[in-house]
Write a protein that binds this ligand. Structure first.
Ligand SMILES: [Mn+2]
Length: 401
């Protein structure tokens, strides 16, 4: 909550960005269902806000929905994700206020810990595994001079016994859920799994696919997916409840309902009606009547209430043929929209024949051919070739630093 504001507008009646209202509305649908079905437990997988210090009115909007679970006496676990943590130092996550206030039935998962929760239909064990940072399990001197892949490997080495210790203490008769905020990797063996490391750490799926867990509830990835289709146990990202940016334009959004007994698990993805994000991308540079072509492309899509981005390519001499008032008019049913005209260069060279489909050429020769055709890069072409040579020779680390 508090993200996607650039896709919204100020609601003059409330003074609040409409995207916050969207998110509150969607969250309220999830809480409505939890209350209507009188669920035994609510799990939140982390990343409540874009950062650890949301504005008070955003905190309040989130709290206003979750407090309905307090009123309904539904126990709730709030796991801490990377966005909830302060980037500097330890602790102080945005969600810790719920523990400080002693909100009845609320558990904040900011450490690796097993919580024994008594629900109205019996006990459940929830292991919380919040987002791990370098400082969670490692000290600075230990990782001195290490690259991210090595730190990742060391972190996983440290995490294994910690998680193992929690597992050993589990009551095997009681249903168990691992609630974790992490980036999981499907690869199970070999060092290649560490190559996929982006900005954060990647946890091998083998650490999660354990028979001691009846269900693995994950936060972090916005796209809903089950990483273990054999469901032994289900390892599930429910995904975000709203579309945060255009990369999620085509994703279904929703939440998960679980029915859990020891040895039996049923889960269901419940879709939510969320605001549509729509991209209209059209090239009118070859059109005889660019305005007509553009309007046709716009009118083809259902834009009512949607967040729309229009990207169109045209030639500079077509600019005068575009009637912007008509374009704005045709987009007026959208919730919000942006328009991005892109000029195609008349001087754009055709594809270099030596780089065309079907010709086989070494990467170095391909780069040479490319540079030979880019007069604007002549000054740095020698350096680029040298850098490419170093990269191909496997000396990339010294270049990247
Ligand atoms: Mn996250």
């Amino acid at each position: 909550m508090g993200s996607s504001f650039s896709h919204g507008r100020l609601n003059p009646d409330t003074g609040v960005n409409t995207r916050l209202e969207d998110f509150v509305n969607t969250l309220s649908k999830c809480i409505d269902r939890a209350i209507a079905e009188s669920v035994d437990l609510v799990l939140f997988g982390g990343d409540a806000f874009p950062d650890a210090t949301p504005a008070p009115y955003i905190q309040e909007a989130f709290a206003g929905q979750f407090r309905r679970l307090v009123d309904a006496e539904i126990p709730t676990v709030l796991l801490v994700g990377n966005h909830d943590q302060h980037s500097q130092g330890n602790g102080g996550a945005s969600l810790c206020i719920y523990r400080t206030l002693g909100v009845p039935g609320f558990i904040v998962g900011d450490t690796i810990k097993t919580h024994n929760i008594q629900t109205k239909n019996g006990a459940v064990q929830v292991i919380t595994l919040p987002w791990l940072t370098r400082s969670t399990l490692l000290t600075r001197p230990e990782t001195e001079g290490m690259g991210l892949p090595e730190v990742n490997e060391l972190l996983i080495e440290r995490l294994e016994p910690v998680l193992e210790a929690e597992i050993r203490r589990l009551d095997p008769e009681v249903p168990t859920i691992l609630l974790a905020h992490l980036m999981a990797d499907r690869a199970t063996l070999g060092a290649e799994r560490f190559l996929a490391v982006g900005k954060g750490f990647t946890i091998p799926i083998s650490m999660l696919a354990r028979p001691c867990f009846d269900y693995v509830a994950l936060g972090h990835v916005h796209r809903h997916q089950n990483l273990n289709p054999s469901n032994d146990p289900p390892i599930i990202y429910p995904g975000s409840i709203e579309r945060v940016d255009f990369s999620e334009e085509k994703e279904d959004k929703g939440y998960i309902i679980i029915e859990l007994e020891k040895g039996s698990i049923r889960w269901q993805f419940c879709p939510l009606q969320v605001r549509a994000l729509r991209t209209i991308e059209v090239n009118i540079s070859e059109a005889d009547e660019p305005q007509v072509a553009l309007l046709k492309a716009i009118n083809k899509k259902d834009l009512k209430g949607a967040v729309v981005r229009l990207i169109y390519k045209l030639r500079s001499e077509q600019l005068d043929l575009i009637d912007n008032t008509a374009i704005h008019q045709s987009l007026s049913t959208a919730h919000t929209y942006t328009i991005r005209p892109e000029l195609v260069s008349q001087l754009a060279r055709p594809r270099l024949p030596e780089l065309g489909v079907g010709s086989s050429i070494s990467p170095m020769d391909a780069l040479k051919a490319y540079l030979d055709n880019r007069e604007d890069l002549q000054e740095i072409s020698k350096d680029m070739l040298e850098a490419a040579h170093q990269l191909l020779a496997g000396n990339g680390d010294s270049l990247i630093g």
